[in-house]
Design a protein around this ligand. Structure first.
Ligand SMILES: O=C(O)CCC(=O)C(=O)O
Ligand SMILES: [Fe+2]
Length: 362
């Protein structure tokens, strides 16, 4: 790798993929291997669709708090999620659904867990059938794009092209999640030094995430882990990152990188909107751990832990419970091999919960 690739945030033009799949797949693999993050231009999701989602988001968050709070986030990962922890002691991380995963910060969000999987709808009257249709259609375009990226990565790794798409049936639990995020302006500056960040340092739980934003704000740890860079905002492009589930299944070949939003980039009296699309693997799908063979291609690792993505998600939930209730590793009834494997991810909020807690108390 040249020094530029080590220091510059990767930007990839996906319009070249149909005509030159091997070159673009190789660029995707390299960026995810080194950074875990990239900016994807020419992704095919129409600009008008993205603008429509942002205008719905702005319209929704402009409502009075009572209207937004009418349907708070439920266990299916649907509803309004207000994060306003600004005390010296951050709140206990209590969210236990892979579609919502623990986040500490000062912002508000509306989360659309997979509606087809959820028995009850948890949306205020604001969400007319037409608006809901806009959300669902956008979500399905995001899902299709993720399938293309998974196929490109599998091809580059010389495994079956459907290796990653098979365990990503969006109609099976937990499904994907769309999160409209608003870093809202505050009436007073946060009290220093006991301030909670806009969004704490974390890695994502699922397998892949898309982040749509029109203004800078997202900071990503550099490949050497020593500093932070602001993800560039490129017109009509998406930030794509690898999440912990895919990092686990690729034996850390594809990196799940710590990221955050600070007060420096989104000050207390300013606001910022972003939209995150979280891709999750099916809970009942086995995690088939890969390793690189001597011949360079990827093969399934012999003797790797036998677990499903649902087992993995349960470990994450247990990690939070362990942290919240101060219980020992022995008291957590989990396959120790799986426990160690998930801990080995070095997830931003997970194995490093205690460390992360410290970091939250800037
Ligand atoms: O709003 C952003 O830029 C980042 C959001 C994010 O990382 C998340 O919700 O997991
Ligand atoms: Fe994230």
């Amino acid at each position: 790798m040249g020094s530029n690739q080590e220091t510059e945030f990767p930007v990839i033009d996906f319009t070249q993929y149909p005509s030159n799949p091997s070159e673009i797949s190789s660029q995707l693999f390299d960026a995810f291997h080194q950074w875990g993050f990239l900016v994807l231009k020419g992704h095919g999701i129409p600009k008008g669709d993205v603008e429509e989602i942002f205008s719905l988001s702005k319209e929704f968050f402009a409502q009075p708090l009572e209207a937004k709070q009418e349907k708070p986030l439920n266990l299916h990962g649907q509803g309004y999620d207000l994060k306003e922890s600004m005390s010296a002691t951050p709140p206990r991380i209590s969210s236990t659904h892979p579609n919502t995963s623990p986040r500490i910060g000062v912002h508000e969000a509306l989360c659309f867990g997979n509606i087809t999987l959820s028995p009850d709808s948890n949306f205020a009257p604001f969400w007319t059938p037409q608006k809901r249709q806009t959300i669902e259609s956008f979500r399905s375009k995001c899902q299709s794009l993720s399938a293309l990226l998974f196929t490109a990565l599998a091809t580059q790794m010389r495994i079956s092209p459907s290796f990653f798409t098979t365990p990503h049936n969006p109609h099976k639990p937990p499904g994907n999640a769309l999160r409209l995020i608003h870093y809202h302006p505050l009436s007073n500056p946060p009290r220093k030094p006991d301030v909670t960040p806009r969004l704490c340092e974390h890695t994502d739980w699922g397998t892949m995430t898309f982040l749509f934003a029109t203004e800078p704000g997202l900071e990503v740890q550099t490949p050497d882990g020593k500093s932070w860079v602001t993800a560039p905002v490129v017109d009509d492009a998406i930030v794509v990152n690898i999440a912990d589930g895919l990092c686990l299944s690729t034996g850390k070949t594809l990196k799940s990188t710590v990221h955050r939003v600070t007060w420096d980039v989104v000050p207390w009296d300013k606001e910022r909107f972003s939209v995150a699309f979280f891709v999750n693997a099916n809970a009942d799908a086995p995690i088939r751990v890969l390793e690189q063979s001597d011949a360079g291609k990827f093969v399934e690792k012999e003797g790797a832990v036998k677990a499903t993505y649902g087992d993995y998600q349960n470990v994450r939930i247990k990690m939070i419970e362990k942290h919240d209730n101060h219980i020992s590793d022995e008291e957590v009834a989990i396959d120790p091999v799986l426990w160690e494997m998930v801990k080995g991810l070095g997830a931003g909020v997970g194995e490093d919960l205690e460390k992360n807690d410290e970091e939250v108390r800037i």
